[in-house]
Design a protein around this ligand. Structure first.
Ligand code: MN
Length: 451
């Protein structure tokens, strides 16, 4: 007799699907088979049983220029849970002069008391930090503390690493057995284009897209791939949105370079014309920028063909008021989608015939678990964490701010009707969403040490 048995579902993993029961003891999956008996039984008839979603790129209660992104660790992880995501990875940003381990302890404590689901953290290496050679001596201890991945930027004042600093940081991370996640855009050239546009009086949101051309994303990806190869550091390119960058990733992989790419719902479903849509063009400002419908199609194809490997959200929620600026260069960047990710990719990918069910599970869960070192997550097998979603593929959901749990008060997907939504969600054996109602407890989530 197991603690809990999920009956009658279609169990879908990265490698195949099987109609079977799934049994849980404590926090772990105990067995997959037929006629399993449990003290508690959940009926998954007509539903998919999949590993909980993993979103390895989110920004909850993130400070930026006097603002804080609108989802707290509580509201953001409750929204994630209701959408079928059971693990997120957020960020640590050390302040000038602050040790990485100190910043990690602080951010970890801030999140731990609030999170509804498990979480990991990426360590940011800002400009000043990379400039002081002995600061990088701390990298090995940070890896040891379970923070396997390091965030680096090729753009943004205060964050940007020039090629020398980037190589130095990649080398330190590679030698420590860590890995690098990268914001890849050629920042100094973008800054020049943005200043030029402003000086000519072009302040409208669409100029955000005009001044961040795809070539300057792709050329940054190309340089970073070469440097990561020299440094012997696995590289993961964040938020790929244009065909040109995918081509650079493919070329690098053909040469044997250890590089992965992720994309996000906004680069699959939205395009730069959103900036022209009436009064709310500023809401869609995110970096890299939204591209074209042609690029959307290229991202779907790249996902299907394993040229891109993960769909994260880069969830960075600002309210309408916070995004309303009269100069495109001062709009806080980012869009929300932490809750609808799994269903959006199911509806627009699987239902549209672009992705198989197994590929959907890979890009929304299994692959991120693998690359990010989340042992025991992203798979349904005995011994793995019982992070499980019972997903009803027939449930029709109307997406709007008041049907979601996100705090931004708006969503780029408002008005969409998706077919397929999570019914019940388990985090390490605990039912935290039941019949679409959040029944969990903030603080249930744990910091996951990644290795
Ligand atoms: Mn981001």
């Amino acid at each position: 007799m197991y603690d809990l048995v999920i009956r009658n579902g279609l169990i879908i993993g990265a490698d195949g699907k099987i109609a079977a029961d799934l049994a849980i003891d404590g926090e772990r999956i105990a067995a997959i088979g037929t006629r399993l008996e449990g003290r508690r039984v959940l009926d998954a008839g007509g539903c998919y049983v999949i590993p909980g979603g993993i979103d390895p790129h989110v920004h909850l209660q993130m400070p930026l220029a006097g603002l804080v992104s609108s989802d707290s660790f509580t509201s953001g992880t409750v929204a994630a849970a209701c959408g079928g995501t059971t693990t997120i990875i957020d960020f640590v940003e050390p302040q000038p002069g602050q040790f990485m381990l100190e910043a990690l302890a602080w951010r970890r404590a801030e999140a731990a008391e609030q999170v509804a689901i498990d979480f990991g953290l990426h360590m940011t290496i800002p400009t000043w930090h990379a400039a002081e050679a002995d600061r990088l001596d701390e990298v090995a201890a940070v890896v040891e503390a379970g923070c396997l991945s390091f965030k680096m930027y090729q753009a943004y004042a205060g964050m940007i690493l020039d090629d020398v600093s980037l190589l130095r940081a990649l080398t330190a991370v590679g030698q420590a057995g860590g890995r690098t996640v990268l914001h890849s855009e050629t920042g100094p050239v973008l800054d020049m284009l943005r200043e030029e546009a402003r000086a000519e009086g072009h302040l409208e949101p669409i100029w955000h897209a005009y001044t961040r051309p795809a070539q300057l994303e792709a050329s940054a990806v190309h340089r970073a791939a070469e440097l990561a190869d020299l440094a012997g550091c696995p590289l993961y390119i964040f938020h790929v949105g244009c065909r040109e960058s995918v081509e650079e990733i493919i070329k690098a992989r053909h040469r044997g370079i250890d590089i992965w790419g992720e994309t996000c719902p906004q680069y699959l479903l939205l395009n730069a014309e959103e900036h022209l849509g009436g009064l709310n063009g500023e809401l869609y400002v995110c970096a890299p920028p939204l591209r074209s419908i042609d690029d959307n199609q290229a991202m779907w194809l790249a996902l299907a063909q394993n040229d891109l490997h993960v769909v994260s959200t880069d969830h960075c929620p600002w309210t309408k008021e916070e995004k309303r600026r009269d100069d495109f260069t001062s709009i806080p960047g980012g869009v929300p989608s932490i809750e609808a990710r799994l269903s959006l990719i199911h509806h627009m990918g699987v239902n549209a015939g672009l992705l198989t069910l197994e590929r959907w599970v890979q890009v929304c869960s299994t692959n991120a678990a693998r690359w990010m070192g989340l042992k025991g997550k992203g798979r349904l097998a005995p011994g793995c964490d019982a992070d499980i979603v019972i997903f009803d593929p027939a449930r029709v959901k109307y997406i709007a701010p008041d049907t979601l749990h996100e705090a931004a008060g708006w969503t780029p997907y408002e008005g969409m009707e998706v077919t397929g939504w999570p019914r019940t969600v388990l985090s390490r054996g605990a039912v935290i969403v039941e019949d679409e109602q959040y029944t969990g407890r903030p603080g249930h989530g744990r910091f996951v040490e990644r290795s």
